[in-house]
Design a binder for this molecule. Structure first.
Ligand SMILES: NC(=O)c1ccc[n+]([C@@H]2O[C@H](COP(=O)([O-])OP(=O)(O)OC[C@H]3O[C@@H](n4cnc5c(N)ncnc54)[C@H](OP(=O)(O)O)[C@@H]3O)[C@@H](O)[C@H]2O)c1
Length: 281
């Protein structure tokens, strides 16, 4: 483990500390997840982001159990899939996630998507509140919620989610959501923080910033997120990249670098628009 990989925490709105950098496991098959998560834990990651729909909670839990790292030093997130939204079905789905993970609690439980056509996220959130009150999720929140969904949720439940995990990278900087989160006290967690490792990492302006610091484009992007205050969960199954992505705490971008990366925002999504994504409704 690199000596430079000490990950700072953000303090969620219920006082729980969450590592600002974690490890995402979307698209990692269950039988490969244990190995990838073990590599990440070895590299110094302490936060893991999975979901019921990723079908790798079991492999993730195996790596956590085998690591020997005290449970209180780890931060495990999972998410409720769309088809399980609704009060009773959420409680059942949460039990099943815990069972697959082999844990008695998670650190963060998220509603994966708002699924507007189902119109069940308020009831679903009430189930998350029960799970939180029972101490089975140390914090609860949402994912892919647009400002309109957050405003309705807070108006109808009177509570503010701890986290909103949204697609966020230099080409989709999400200024409106970030401003609303800051106003409400919601931590912004960036999914696909590297833009899924596709075109973004070859953009000349980004490559230039990275070169200036003797770093890789992925490291420059992660620094941009961290300096904005975002929580990031880069995914990789490649050991050298797993290490590279956590070695980002010993350099700093200057305002000019931050502006050069911010200029890449084009508002383009890699994933679906949450207003229209109703799979599992
Ligand atoms: N809430 C949601 O709806 C939602 C949606 C999508 C993702 N997520 C979460 O966010 C996590 C991260 O997002 P993501 O997996 O979509 O994309 P990402 O982390 O932005 O990018 C992952 C891709 O980039 C490559 N990569 C990783 N590090 C690299 C590096 N240093 N240099 C070059 N390429 C690199 C990976 O390749 P290799 O693996 O081959 O190394 C992989 O193909 C997910 O795993 C998941 O936990 C949540």
């Amino acid at each position: 483990m690199s000596t430079d990989s000490k990950v700072p925490s953000v303090i969620l709105n219920n006082g729980v500390e969450m590592p600002q950098l974690g490890f995402g496991v979307w698209q990692v098959p269950d039988d490969e997840a244990a190995k990838a998560v073990a590599t990440a834990l070895e590299a110094g990651y302490r936060s893991i982001d999975t979901a019921a729909i990723y079908e790798n909670e079991r492999g993730t839990g195996e790596a956590v159990a085998a690591s020997g790292i005290p449970r209180e030093e780890l931060f495990v997130t999972t998410k409720l899939w769309n088809s399980e939204q609704g009060y009773d079905s959420t409680l059942r789905a949460f039990d099943a996630s815990l069972e697959r993970l082999g844990l008695d609690h998670v650190d963060l439980y998220l509603i994966h998507w708002p699924v507007p056509a189902k119109d069940a996220y308020v009831d679903t959130y009430r189930a998350l509140e029960k799970i939180h009150a029972e101490g089975r999720a140390r914090a609860i929140g949402v994912s892919n919620f647009l400002p309109e969904h957050l405003e309705r949720l807070t108006a109808e439940t009177g509570v503010v989610p701890a986290v909103n995990q949204i697609e966020l990278h230099p080409q989709l900087a999400q200024a409106e959501s970030r401003a609303l989160h800051a106003r409400l006290g919601i931590a912004t967690e960036a999914w696909s923080p590297l833009g899924q490792g596709r075109g973004l990492l070859d953009v000349p302006a980004l490559v230039a910033v990275a070169r200036k610091h003797g770093r890789t484009p992925a490291q420059a992007v992660l620094r941009w997120h961290l300096q904005l205050g975002n929580v990031v969960i880069p995914k990789s199954v490649t050991p050298s990249r797993i290490q590279e992505n956590i070695d980002v705490f010993d350099f700093e971008l200057d305002p000019e670098d931050m502006a050069a990366i911010a200029a890449l925002d084009e508002g383009g999504r890699l994933g679906p628009n949450p207003a229209e994504f109703n799979v599992g409704a």
